[in-house]
Design a protein around this ligand. Structure first.
Ligand code: HEM
Length: 444
């Protein structure tokens, strides 16, 4: 069998098995159906395997134990910057996820000020009435729920993070710019050919930069309770502040990170609840026991929505895999990984590991109950928010927003899909429904 790289002479490290066939075909099959791709890899090679395509050499290291080794990064052998930059660098330049080690710690420390419990409570107060109002005005009949969720999360982000109200035309322009920057990251043609994904991504980055730079003077002039303002006024212990460029880079990255991930999660939840209406009913009954207006402390009482959310995040993690780069010769699970290799942690595959999850392809929110707690079998068994120092900084914000939206949705509406409907997914970037999830939405 072909090997990824020969282990150094005299070492007792194993050599990573590698596909014989053209790596581009492998890459294409991964994008077409990453679940089947993951199964096929496990069957052919086991948990650690190699891939050479499009100028990158990648080791895919499945299983929670490999995830732990890579993400906890005790030996500082893996870096985010060079790995994520390959995919999204030109569009999300110097976003926090692309920084490493001391520099990452420094920036994350400042950014954390925007995600403290008291900051979250403040966001909740702002978000709650806006979400209630918007959901009250949802259209009924044949509705593309993915599009509705996307518009709503963008509005929430604009209000809570930017503290601005934009005319619809400008909000749409920003929305499209985010979509194009995210899609550009997985372009096959990685050059600015006019009309192509890469080209659109670069143009969209400019649109976003112009928007944030234009708004900085007003934010620096007056403190307001939004992320944009917090970043403009944040000061480290040594008295360092973010430059305008830092603020712009972090704002663009955080908005992107907050927007698609939550929309994808809610769409998956709505899809699963349409296929299993008993869960819609249970969520409805529980939400009706609470006030329509949800407080921060009520979030913990939404155990049904919580279980559906966790199961949806397990079955379709919005970030399906996390790349890193080996910055020195190292090893994963006893396999030799040479410096310069990309390493991928495939949570989409890990979330279906039968060692931890019974009937992994079945929608079964009860697996998260206290009695079963299948997610607790290993600290990286269920890891939609990643792990280690780069673990999602917005995980509480994201869950708060998702639960609040679903609380209002189940109270006000029921929805269904035809019995034979299967959501057609596009996995070429973050996993989104190709058809935007059409449902029949009725008022209760
Ligand atoms: C369901 C929703 C979400 C999911 C599944 C998710 C997933 C993730 C994952 C897997 C990572 C780690 C990537 C890596 O280590 O390579 C990450 C990082 C990050 N997320 Fe999220 N995310 C969600 C929502 C949010 C929200 C709402 C925000 C902001 C409000 C946010 C901001 C970030 C940031 C800033 C990072 C980078 C952190 C760092 O590098 O230090 N995310 N997210």
């Amino acid at each position: 069998m072909k090997v990824f790289a020969e282990a150094p002479t005299g070492s007792d490290l194993l050599e990573v098995p590698c596909a014989e066939r053209n790596g581009i075909l492998e890459m294409m099959s991964m994008r077409r159906d990453p679940f089947a791709f993951g199964d096929d890899r496990l069957a052919r090679f086991g948990q650690v395997s190699g891939l050479n395509a499009l100028g990158i050499q990648m080791v895919i290291a499945a299983g929670p134990r490999a995830a732990d080794e890579i993400l906890m990064n005790r030996d500082k052998a893996f870096a985010n910057g060079p790995a994520w930059s390959y995919f999204i660098g030109p569009f999300f330049n110097r976003g926090i996820m692309l920084l490493d080690f001391d520099e990452h710690r420094h920036h994350r420390h400042i950014l954390q000020q925007a995600f403290t419990p008291s900051a979250l409570k403040g966001y909740m107060q702002e978000m709650q009435p806006m979400i209630a109002d918007r959901i009250e005005r949802f259209p009924t009949g044949d509705v593309k729920l993915f599009s509705e969720f996307k518009a709503l999360t963008l509005d929430v982000a604009l209000e809570v993070f930017l503290g601005v109200e934009l005319p619809k035309r400008d909000a749409d322009k920003l929305n499209q710019a985010f979509i194009d920057t995210v899609r550009a990251g997985v372009a096959y043609v990685r050059k600015p050919v006019p009309g192509g994904r890469w080209w659109k991504g670069l143009r969209s980055r400019k649109v976003l930069e112009e928007f944030f730079y234009e708004n900085i003077p007003a934010k620096r002039a007056r403190e307001t309770p939004d992320l944009f303002s917090v970043l403009c006024h944040a000061e480290s212990d040594e008295g360092d502040t973010f430059t305008d460029a830092d603020v712009v880079n972090h704002m663009i990255f955080v908005l992107m990170a907050a927007h698609d991930t939550s929309t994808i999660t809610m769409s998956q939840m709505a899809y699963r609840m349409a296929k299993s209406p008993e869960w819609q009913q249970k969520a409805y009954e529980q939400s009706m026991e609470l006030n329509p207006e949800l407080g921060y402390d009520d979030l913990g009482k939404l155990s049904v929505i919580d279980a559906v959310m966790k199961e949806s995040l397990r079955m379709c993690p919005p970030v399906p895999a996390q790349p890193r780069m080996a910055i020195k010769d190292t090893s994963v699970q006893g396999y030799f990984v040479p410096k310069g290799s990309f390493v991928s942690v495939p949570q989409l595959t890990n979330h279906r590991d039968p060692e931890f999850f019974t009937n992994p392809d079945m929608f079964d929110p009860e697996r998260f109950s206290k009695e079963r707690a299948e997610d607790k079998g290993h600290r990286m068994a269920w890891m939609p928010f990643g792990g280690g120092v780069h673990k999602c900084i917005g995980l509480y914000f994201g869950q708060m927003e998702i639960k609040t939206i679903l609380h209002h949705l189940v109270r006000g509406y029921e929805w269904s899909v035809p019995d034979d409907y299967q959501i057609p997914m596009d996995y070429s970037s973050l996993p989104v429904p190709k058809d935007k999830l059409p449902v029949s939405l009725r008022r209760r």
